[in-house]
Design a protein around this ligand. Structure first.
Ligand code: PLP
Length: 450
């Protein structure tokens, strides 16, 4: 039997991130300001450091990872690539299944890969304080960790329902020294107005983003940090795919299909974009983004110009979107409940270079339980989406007799999501398909990307 873990040494942690913008067959449409014209770097400088704005707009193929960031990466990277021998046996498939495990980071997901880079560049430019929002708590935890590493004050606006339902994510952030506020909060004008309108509001991600942006924009010592969607975030996450390619090279294997779950798209883009170099070189490899069928951004959304937040404070981004007013059903994969998608992922999907598939909630938990019973690791509900599609591929191989090589990223562990598993076992989880008519209504008024 081949090895279970394919490992790299710390010296083999990538020295550069891969910027797909250098290799696009047609250029990206630009983000637009409120006047409908492309925005310049100055539109972003109130909330982001110069280095990240440059990365956001860069078309340079390789961007060096600063040594202090690589040094922090060494706390959990290189992440192992696992051969899922036990899952293959449980499925009785001739397919070979591999997964990259990002749950070994201190926060338990891939998100610290960008959080530490963002904290570093902010600290280098004299910023003392970072603000952000968090829904399920994965991103807030990651930026709290990164703030501790680079001595920054971190203020997290946490959507009120999650603040109440996930007290241990909050304790985790506070252990790393972050201040966590239930959003809407009395800390900002946006929050106070929302509380006045409805003191009992459960809050929303869009509102929490608006609070964090207002806080950062109102102080010279503060910036805002975003956990997905933007080009620089996807760039930082390419460390996942680059390591995986090096690991596959080590064993002389290359995947036929690459799978990752897709919320804002940084986990999928970070995993898949390095493999587009192989595709461009003529190798056949399918790249599959997996989303919940209750928040089907790529599979049922429109490629349009839309705001990243519900208060319309952000520039208009060219992306597949369900409309910034879209409120997805309360599924348990909180990290996949975003109305839009990374402009880079959207562009490549529009060009037909990547695929997308939407899966229902119950089937994802079923896949996660199958996986945990075979491989041991207990996956995050978001990651269960990728596992579902990997298992479906493997079962198709069983029927056809093909021995394909299937690769997916296991984006995080589910140790803080056990209440969701409890509800699944108690038969209390449902499948929600978002009605086509609601999607059409939420999309009305968006300007198509020409
Ligand atoms: C946030 C999150 C995702 C979604 O990540 P994107 O990069 O926004 O697509 C997936 N898995 C886990 C475990 C997460 O925490």
């Amino acid at each position: 039997m081949d090895d279970i873990k394919i490992v790299l040494s710390e010296a083999e942690i990538p020295t550069h991130w891969y910027n797909i913008a250098a290799d696009l067959p047609t250029p990206m449409p630009p983000p637009l300001g409120p006047d409908g014209h492309p925005i310049g770097a100055d539109a972003l400088s109130a909330i982001f450091p110069q280095a990240l704005i440059e990365q956001e707009m860069s078309s340079q193929r390789w961007i060096a990872i600063p040594e202090p960031v690589r040094d922090i990466y060494r706390l959990w990277r290189p992440a192992p690539l696992f051969r899922a021998h036990h899952l293959e046996q449980a499925l009785a498939t001739p397919a070979r299944i591999y997964y990259k495990y990002e749950g070994g980071s201190p926060a338990g997901s891939h998100k610290p890969n960008t959080a530490v880079a963002q904290a570093y560049y902010n600290q280098q430019e004299g910023i003392r304080r970072l603000t952000t929002e968090t829904g399920a708590g994965q991103w807030g935890s990651s930026i709290a960790l990164a703030g501790a590493m680079f001595n920054l004050t971190v203020r997290v606006y946490m959507v009120r329902v999650s603040y109440q339902q996930k007290p241990f994510r909050r304790s985790m952030m506070e252990t790393w020294g972050a201040q966590v506020f239930s959003s809407p909060s009395v800390e900002t004008a946006t929050g106070r107005a929302a509380l006045e309108r409805d003191p009992e509001t459960p809050g929303s991600l869009g509102l929490a983003i608006s609070e964090a942006v207002e806080d950062a924009a109102s102080r010279a010592d503060s910036h805002y940090a975003l956990g997905s969607v933007l080009n620089h975030v996807v760039l930082h996450q390419t460390v996942i795919g680059l390591e995986a390619r090096a690991q596959f090279n080590k064993i002389g294997v290359m995947p036929d299909v690459v799978i990752a779950c897709c919320g804002g798209g940084s986990n999928f883009g970070g995993t898949a974009f390095p493999f587009l170099m192989d595709k461009a070189a003529g190798r056949e490899v399918r790249l599959v983004a997996v989303e919940p069928d209750s928040c089907p951004t790529l599979t049922k959304g429109r490629y349009a110009y839309d705001h990243g937040d519900s208060a319309c404070l952000t520039p208009l981004l060219p992306m597949y979107s369900l409309g910034h007013d879209f409120i997805p059903p309360g599924i348990h994969a909180g990290g996949l409940r975003y109305h839009g998608d990374s402009p880079l992922v959207s562009h490549l999907y529009h060009l037909g270079l990547i695929e997308a598939v939407a899966v229902p909630q119950l089937a994802t938990f079923q896949a996660g339980v199958t996986f945990a019973r075979a491989e041991g690791i207990l996956p995050a509900p978001e990651s269960n989406h990728a596992i579902r599609v990997a298992i479906d591929e493997a079962l198709r191989c069983k029927e056809s007799g093909e021995a394909k090589t299937i690769f997916f990223t296991l984006s995080g562990h589910g140790h803080f999501d056990m209440a969701s598993y409890d509800r699944y076992f108690a038969g209390q989880l449902e499948d929600y398909v978002y009605p086509e008519s609601d999607i059409a209504a939420a999309l009305a008024g968006l300007r198509a990307v020409s």
